[in-house]
Design a binder for this molecule. Structure first.
Ligand SMILES: [Zn+2]
Ligand SMILES: [Zn+2]
Length: 169
């Protein structure tokens, strides 16, 4: 699976999406044409493990299931099917469902600092699941990514926005 990246444009906040290839050094925003440099991109392509965020340079990322609408509908169907059965059958069904999800649903790696999303990496070697403690050190500004000015979409920028400050400084 090819490695792809989605992030908020540091210049205008619109979504930027693109493939990360061995020669990728940056991506241009479709809305404002600003180019975001992605210094870690070649290393990420080579390693295939989403060990860093190429937008803000942070090494703190988490991994979660990449749910989509189609899967949501499938889950509703499973819920309807398991409804009439007894509790233990449902439990077995959901254990099996969980296993099926592991096999079928791809995962996404998300940067704690700027919420850039990477897809297509090797999940066995990818980041750990979400940890609220790590989320909070970014939210409360106790840790900053190396290129903090580029982290326009993370929990810290939401706090600053709410407090009426323009930029994370
Ligand atoms: Zn832009
Ligand atoms: Zn980031």
């Amino acid at each position: 699976m090819p490695l792809t990246l989605a992030f908020a444009c540091p210049a205008c906040g619109e979504a930027v999406e693109g493939a990360l290839e061995p020669g990728t050094t940056g991506l241009a925003c479709p809305a404002c044409a600003a180019r975001t440099e992605l210094p870690e991109a070649p290393a990420l392509v080579a390693a295939g493990d989403a060990h860093a965020c190429p937008v803000c340079g942070s090494a703190d990322l988490y991994q979660q299931r990449d749910f989509n609408r189609k899967l949501g509908l499938a889950l509703v169907a499973v819920g309807v099917l398991t409804g009439p059965f007894t509790r233990w059958i449902s439990t077995v069904a959901f254990v099996l469902l969980d296993f099926a999800l592991y096999l079928l649903v791809p995962t996404v790696a998300i940067c704690y600092a700027c919420e850039a999303q990477q897809r297509g990496f090797d999940r066995a070697r990818g980041p750990k699941p979400f940890d609220i403690a790590v989320h909070d050190v970014y939210r409360f500004g106790k840790r900053h990514p190396p290129r903090r000015a580029l982290a326009v979409a993370g929990p810290r920028s939401r706090v600053l926005l709410r407090e009426g400050k323009e930029s994370p400084s």
